[in-house]
Design a protein around this ligand. Sequence first.
Ligand SMILES: [Zn+2]
Ligand SMILES: [Zn+2]
Length: 275
Amino acid sequence: MILMPYSVDMLANFHTHSTFCDGKNTPEEVVLAAVDQGMDSLGFSGHAYTEFDLRYCMKDTSAYVSEIKRLKEKYKGEIQIYLGVEEDAYCPAYRELFDYIIGSSHYFCVDGSYYPIDSSYDHFKKCLDLFNSDAVAMAHAYYRPFCRYINERRPDIIGHFDLITKYDELDRPMFLENKEYNKVAEHYVSEASRSGSLFELNTGAIARELRSSPYPAENLLYVLKKEGSGLILSSDSHRSDTLCFGFGEARKYLKDIGFTFVYTLYNGEFVKDCL
Ligand SMILES: [Zn+2]
Ligand SMILES: [Zn+2]
């Protein structure tokens, strides 16, 4: 990844799902909405194939690659389109096919079985049972392999770093107000920052009305600021009407924490975009 020194002012999102995985709209519908919303760049990030769970991932990666390439060409006078992928830490994608990789962790792996964290609250409750609702044990089981993957694989962008906190505002809060959990999460985010990968400021769960704040949590953002890590705004959009959801507020939020810029993809390079 090359980080260029200059800044631009762009409306862009690089974490976008479509009907090729679990999104609601076709890629072309998404492109038309992005043009309509005045976006400068749009990156698609279909869920990479996960052999152990076929419910949410892309089953036909080559059709996805061809379609995004077709749209890239068709709309090149109107919007910059990028071909990305969101791979799961437990099932890396074939990197050469893509302009960039988002590396995310969506599962607990216990005794060789994979337990989805974010697909529904019912699934998450199974994860709670698995760990007897021990937040610290869950944090270690989630972050340790995720950080190992991040530092080995160095994805361009780290997806929703603290996804295990997704349902914290829905039922019983276990993580965000828990001092012990926060200590563990801060240790791991600092470890992940050594990768040099960009971290998402992900507004997806706010759009889905599950949370009032983005990933990662504010205390982790302070750690990332101290470590000098770069951020990129992401909507994790599964619909064409939430492509830049909450980005105005997110910019202000980051500024208040002390960030002066985020990164964006521009002419094929990650560049600074002043807040
Ligand atoms: Zn994800
Ligand atoms: Zn996603």
